[in-house]
Design a protein around this ligand. Structure first.
Ligand SMILES: Nc1ncnc2c1ncn2[C@@H]1O[C@H](COP(=O)(O)OP(=O)(O)O)[C@@H](O)[C@H]1O
Ligand SMILES: [Mg+2]
Length: 253
């Protein structure tokens, strides 16, 4: 069964796109998983990091009626439905018409060709994120380990609960921590509290804060490609291994 996972957080800058990109790259390259990465943010950062900026068609074309399969772009071995600023117009239309099911409808059966479909959501709980959650089987929250982010979790839990009225199978099944610094007591405390609340839904290890990540993304790539010897590579590799175990175990239950 395909796992369709929406990476969400209404806060920006918490590492959603970075985590999504590195998971997609590692699942495809190190674990031979069939992965489709969908960039559902008008900022198109995932498109850039995965090297899909040249994609001739984007998710906007899919939402406007082109077949999803014909718009999938092979970016260095990762299948990507890219984004661009044009998605902003589509978001406007979806919001104006309160259309929640557009993404699910246009993806159709294409998702079945993949083991994992990862949807990188914008930093809001607006109509694009709602469409992502309607199309998804799972929600994975990406957060940093700061107190304000911990408080924001309550909002996310509430929104996912509301979505479950429509998409009854949807589960908030994963929490990933980014920008983690073991030397900061606040980071350790917040991680502890997240573990208390979300139990084994917290997927470890947290991804450390590392300048290599910023360098890699400014070169339009992942650390695997641009800074392969950086320590943070180990975090992303270990996270990917846990991520697979986490979701394959869940599938068997
Ligand atoms: N582990 C990390 N260490 C240091 N910087 C990071 C890390 N993860 C992401 N960043 C940087 O933080 C910024 C926001 O990350 P991003 O993944 O785009 O967040 P979001 O998608 O939640 O807005 C980017 O400049 C990114 O390069
Ligand atoms: Mg982002």
């Amino acid at each position: 069964m395909t796992k369709i996972i929406a990476f969400i957080n209404h806060k920006g800058g918490v590492g959603k796109t970075t985590v999504c990109a590195h998971l997609a790259y590692s699942l495809a390259h190190h674990h031979q998983k069939r992965v489709l990465a969908i960039d559902f943010d008008t900022q198109a950062n995932l498109t850039e990091i995965l090297g899909a900026i040249e994609a001739p068609r984007t998710i906007t074309d899919v939402l406007n009626g082109e077949s999803a399969a014909s718009c999938v772009y092979d970016a260095n071995g990762v299948s990507v439905l890219a984004s661009s600023i044009e998605l902003a117009n589509t978001e406007y239309d979806l919001t104006a018409n309160n259309t929640q099911n557009a993404l699910k409808a246009v993806l159709g059966d294409v998702v079945q060709q993949y083991d994992f479909v990862l949807i990188d959501c914008p930093p809001s709980l607006g109509m694009l994120t709602v469409n992502a959650m309607q199309a998804a089987t799972d929600v994975c929250v990406v957060s940093n380990a700061e107190y304000l982010s911990l408080r924001g979790m309550t909002n996310i839990v509430t929104v996912v609960e509301q979505m479950r009225l429509y998409n009854t199978a949807l589960e908030l099944s994963g929490v990933v921590i980014s920008h983690y610094d073991t030397r900061k007591s606040v980071n350790r405390e917040v991680l502890e509290q997240l573990r208390e609340t979300f139990k084994d839904r917290v997927i470890t290890p947290p991804v450390r804060s590392a300048v290599a990540v910023v360098e890699a993304s400014s070169h339009g790539g992942t650390v695997f490609q641009i800074r392969p010897n950086a320590d943070v590579v180990n975090d992303f590799q270990a996270l990917t291994t846990s991520f697979i175990k986490h979701y394959e175990k869940q599938t068997r239950q």
